[in-house]
Design a protein around this ligand. Structure first.
Ligand SMILES: Cc1ncc(COP(=O)(O)O)c(C=O)c1O
Length: 427
């Protein structure tokens, strides 16, 4: 169906009428559309349609996907339907076939093999699996940034407490991508075993040059772990191409999945290096207690264990299909267009300094800024009164405000945020 035909249908008319002028204030569900308009990232009508696929109301502008993503009806309905189906028969619904299907779709999104993916509850769980599974011992050194989220800080600090590893820190530089590679290189010693960096920092959304860092670690026999909580579902990438050894992410941020979902990627040849420590049913291919034998699965499923929520995994699969339907290139175009609108607008507001990188290749859909005259906590409270949900950034002493823009946000919401920021200081 062509776009013009779509908008002539009852469904299309309802979808567009419901959003005309972008004034929908109720929370009336327009259920997932069976027929989609032509996907055209340049067409504002298409993105208005996408917005109708989320229960988000227009009263509040949700600008914190970096904290938690909104889920579309397609995901919510998938979770509910699976739960209804399973509760009728009180079964777990565990199905290796379903798991394989979801991992196959995820592997397409991440550019890896499905057998290199494990389901996790969140990015933090994936980080813990790597942190506790690598053979790191007292005196071994690792390098990370001063801008880590608690999820990629506390597991390593706990390892420091428990095992006496040494953590060396560098401050991410927005000068250039190469400057970050240089800062890492300066910290490398003979005892460096691991580099653990975010794909995009939680603080300023800066995309770090993972490929260049991987090239460096490879020559020196150092492991590279990437915290991908802020990039999966935001832009297309290939883990095989990036060259990291392991990568953990959330399903419930940019991927739009149900809450308490995530993925851990461990490259095939690293599966025997990252030891599974929390294990049980599904970690292995059977066991024999009498003979005292047990083998791990030959895949990253070895990091999974015990009873899990099938509705959540089913919903995560629906989220990936939703993203795939739009196409990651198109999702990224939309996210970039919104964040560039914000970035440019912020730069013209007196007393505002944008902390996110100038370079387009290092900038993501997270934009962080400071107001010289208004402390960030006060600014956030001011924006709250305009019903704008933002996130304060205290990590690394950044003390600033972060705005995330994803495919369900509209240019009008960005403009609302800019107007509200302008009104925060009347000097
Ligand atoms: C860079 C980074 N790492 C890890 C996390 C933790 O994610 P989760 O809550 O899914 O464990 C976050 C959450 O905001 C994050 O921004």
């Amino acid at each position: 169906m062509r776009r013009s035909d779509f908008f002539k249908t009852a469904l299309g008319a309802a979808a567009v009428a419901g959003l005309s002028g972008f004034t929908r204030r109720d929370n009336k569900a327009i259920r997932p559309a069976e027929v989609w308009p032509a996907i055209d990232p340049e067409d504002e009508q298409f993105w208005k349609f996408v917005r109708t696929q989320f229960p988000l109301t227009d009263e509040r502008a949700y600008l914190n996907t970096g904290g938690l993503g909104a889920s579309p009806y397609a995901v919510i309905d998938a979770v509910k339907a699976k739960m209804d189906e399973l509760e009728k028969v009180a079964e777990t619904g565990h199905s290796e076939e379903l798991w394989k299907e979801v991992k196959t779709d995820a592997a397409q999104l991440f550019g890896c093999d499905p057998t290199e993916l494990a389901f996790t509850r969140n990015a933090t769980e994936g980080i813990n699996i790597v942190c506790n599974g690598l053979p790191l011992k007292r005196g071994d050194e690792m390098i990370t940034t001063t801008h880590e989220h608690v999820g990629n800080a506390v597991p390593w600090l706990a390892l420091l407490k428990r095992e006496g590893i040494i953590i060396n820190l560098f401050e991410p530089s927005t000068l250039s991508a190469q400057e970050n590679v240089d800062r890492i290189e300066k910290l490398i010693t003979k005892r460096t075993r691991l580099i653990s960096v975010p794909h995009a920092t939680t603080t300023t959304g800066q995309v770090l040059p993972i490929k260049a860092i991987a090239a460096l670690t490879k020559t020196k026999g150092i492991w590279l772990f990437v915290d991908g909580a802020q990039t999966a579902g935001m832009f297309p990438f290939s883990l095989h191409d990036l060259g990291c050894d392991a990568y953990a992410t959330s399903g419930h941020k940019w991927m739009l999945g149900p809450k308490e979902t995530g993925f851990l990627y461990v490259r095939k040849d690293m599966l025997d290096v990252v030891q599974p420590k929390t294990v049980g049913a599904y970690s292995g291919n059977g066991f024999d207690l009498e003979k005292r034998t047990f083998d791990f699965t030959p895949s990253a499923q070895r990091y999974e264990y015990g009873t899990v929520s099938i509705p959540l995994r089913f919903g995560l699969g629906a989220a990936i299909r939703f993203l795939q339907k739009i196409g990651m290139e198109n999702v990224w175009k939309r996210d970039q267009s919104l964040s560039t609108r914000l970035f440019t607008g912020l730069k013209s507001i007196p007393y505002v300094t944008v902390l996110s990188p100038e370079s387009k290749t290092e900038r993501s859909a997270l934009v962080t800024f400071k107001h010289e005259k208004v402390p960030y906590g006060d600014l956030q409270r001011h924006l709250d009164t305009y019903k704008l949900r933002t996130r304060g950034v205290g990590e690394g002493g950044v003390n600033a405000l972060r705005i995330s823009t994803h495919l369900y946000n509209m240019p009008e919401e960005v403009d609302r945020a800019l107007e509200a920021i302008k009104s925060a200081y009347k000097g």
